[in-house]
Design a protein around this ligand. Structure first.
Ligand code: G4P
Length: 526
């Protein structure tokens, strides 16, 4: 196994979409096309059985949602692709955001009838902050939806990212006749109930053969009209702009009927970037092809086995080759760790991994050494950037019924904060005595209360707070934020960075106006 060859063929991406856009459906189809070889995080198989029966998982089952993200690995056209799943439930948490940090590109799935929806927009913002390359797939073309041009316009105006349609639909809903592939000069003629398309060579979009595929003349006329507009409006595809996340190769189809999914995958295989060089906290670039191992923890899944309180730390390999049993340097703890039997690849059967390469995700059993954002290396003392924290949208104070257990609650909440279950803020007057917790989705609160009770035996009640916005505050020069801020109360986060917690977006605009010398950021650490 040649290290450079293996590294170059890795691709790591995540799908971003709003619930119900069809992510589960397209994932299945993609895995099928790729003859999926591995699936992870779903905690199946021997070792996973224990976890699946744990109460933690019971809660997931009862709620019918996946609280955890998973990693799926498959081969396609000689590439080894890691697909990082992001929970699509409306109550998704920060986990979803962090998963994007571990990916090198993203595929944005849009319901063609609905256009760009709220959650997609939020996830897109994270991709944009990271300047991540994004592919777009407009799904559900088997139904009547928005016009294709309207979808392009929606993406461009809502997200401010240009689209480069690679395929173009000929009709939609019951009159859908197929996809014209602009780069290949081919028409993929699909029928309902038939997954394999008839592939027709054409001279270009004006080819009369296309007319014969349309059941109604107006479908063909519309196609011609749209193509004419596209040809005038579109600049040639600029790969550099794509790699900076400024233009998105776009394709259309139906995940349900398996229309265009193969074309999407081919497009992905052609343009998706191999593992990218990652910057360290000191702004040094670490090339994935560097022989020395390095990686960072982007997710911790706790309570896989309650008896042992074990947790799994998900490590994104950034450089060098990972070997089972290897000794690594834990940069924050400043000590070596041996990842002996502890190391498992989160695969179909949580199968033990022998080797992993840049771009891969490795699940490491953790007995409490890891925090989200930790760097492990083959000796290097550098650290990858701290995992960004994103503005929570729901806030609460915790009340413990038994006052004697208050200290214990603080400790437990801090631990869960380190794991990334919730974000913790302290009030300038009471400190962490009465911690304020913030989450992106309400479901994270349920998880928090459940775990405080189940793992720590604490009976805690939530007192909702009116905040809905957090912003990390910094001065443009180096002066002290506390002395400068005009209006607004400063809280601090778990790393003691100053934060304002506000009830509404409107309050933020007011504060920004009052404090032109301050910056209010929606993330910490990006
Ligand atoms: P999600 O993971 O993004 O939440 O979406 P999921 O794949 O679960 O799909 C949500 C619903 O949309 C499902 O319908 C699914 O069948 C449907 N769907 C997905 N892709 C397409 C498509 O290309 N065309 C059409 N017409 N429908 C699509 P459901 O009624 O909730 O479930 P089911 O009974 O169909 O499985």
């Amino acid at each position: 196994m040649d290290f450079i060859t293996e590294t170059k063929r890795r691709r790591t991406f995540a799908i971003i979409s709003h619930p119900d856009a069809g992510k589960t459906t397209i994932t299945e189809k993609i895995l099928f096309q790729g003859g999926a070889i591995r699936e992870a995080g779903e905690v199946k198989g021997k070792a996973g059985k224990k976890a699946a029966t744990s109460d933690w998982m019971t809660m997931e089952k009862e709620r019918g949602v996946s609280v955890t993200s998973s990693v799926m690995q498959f081969d396609f056209q000689g590439l080894r692709i890691n697909l990082l799943d992001t929970p699509g439930h409306k109550d998704f948490g920060e986990d979803t955001y962090r998963t994007l940090i571990a990916a090198d590109s993203a595929a944005m799935l849009i319901d063609a009838a609905k256009g760009v929806e709220k959650q997609t927009r939020k996830l897109y913002e994270v991709c944009k902050l990271r300047k991540m390359p994004i592919f777009t797939f407009a799904n559900k073309m088997d139904r009547e939806g928005k016009e294709a041009l309207e979808i392009v316009d929606d993406v461009e105006s809502t997200l401010g990212m240009k689209c480069f349609p690679v395929t173009w639909p000929i009709g939609m809903g019951d009159l859908f006749a197929g996809l014209y592939h602009r780069m290949e000069n081919k028409v993929y003629h699909y029928h309902k109930g038939k997954e394999e398309p008839e592939i027709i060579d054409v001279t270009d979009w004006k080819d009369e053969k296309i007319k014969g595929l349309c059941r109604e003349d107006f479908i063909y006329d519309k196609f011609l009209e749209e193509m004419e507009l596209l040809e005038i409006a579109l600049d040639p595809f600029d790969e550099q702009l794509f790699l900076q996340g400024k233009i998105s190769p776009m394709s259309f189809g139906s995940a349900k009927f398996n229309w265009g999914v193969d074309l999407f995958l081919k497009l992905f295989a052609q343009y998706s970037p191999q593992p990218l060089a990652r910057k360290t906290r000191d702004e040094e670039l670490v090339s994935p092809e560097t022989k020395k191992f390095s990686g960072f923890v982007f997710k911790i899944q706790a309570n896989m086995d309650r008896k042992h309180r074990d947790r799994v730390a998900f490590v994104r390999v950034c450089s060098g080759q990972f070997e089972r049993g290897m000794k690594v340097y834990h940069v924050r703890l400043k000590r070596d760790l041996r990842l002996s039997y502890a190391t498992q690849f989160m695969a179909q059967d949580r199968e033990t991994v022998e080797h992993a390469f840049p771009g891969d995700i490795v699940g490491v059993t953790d007995t409490g050494n890891f925090q989200i954002g930790d760097t492990i290396t083959g000796g290097g003392k550098f650290m990858y950037p701290d995992m960004p924290r994103f503005s929570p949208e729901v806030f609460a104070k915790l009340n413990i019924k038994d006052p004697l257990k208050r200290k214990q609650m603080q400790k437990a909440v801090l631990q869960l904060g380190e794991e990334g279950t919730v974000q913790i803020f302290s009030d300038p007057f009471v400190g962490l005595q009465d911690p304020i917790v913030g989450v992106v989705g309400e479901l994270q609160f349920d998880v928090l209360l459940y775990r405080l009770n189940d793992e720590y035996g604490l009976d805690v009640k939530l007192e909702k707070l009116p905040f809905s916005v957090a912003r990390w505050v910094s001065t443009k020069d180096e002066t002290d934020v506390g002395k400068t801020i005009n209006g607004g109360t400063l809280y601090s986060d778990i790393t003691e960075k100053p934060v304002v917690l506000l009830n509404r977006e409107w309050d933020l605009r007011w504060l920004e106006k009052e404090n032109p010398n301050l910056e209010f950021k929606m993330t910490a650490g990006l």
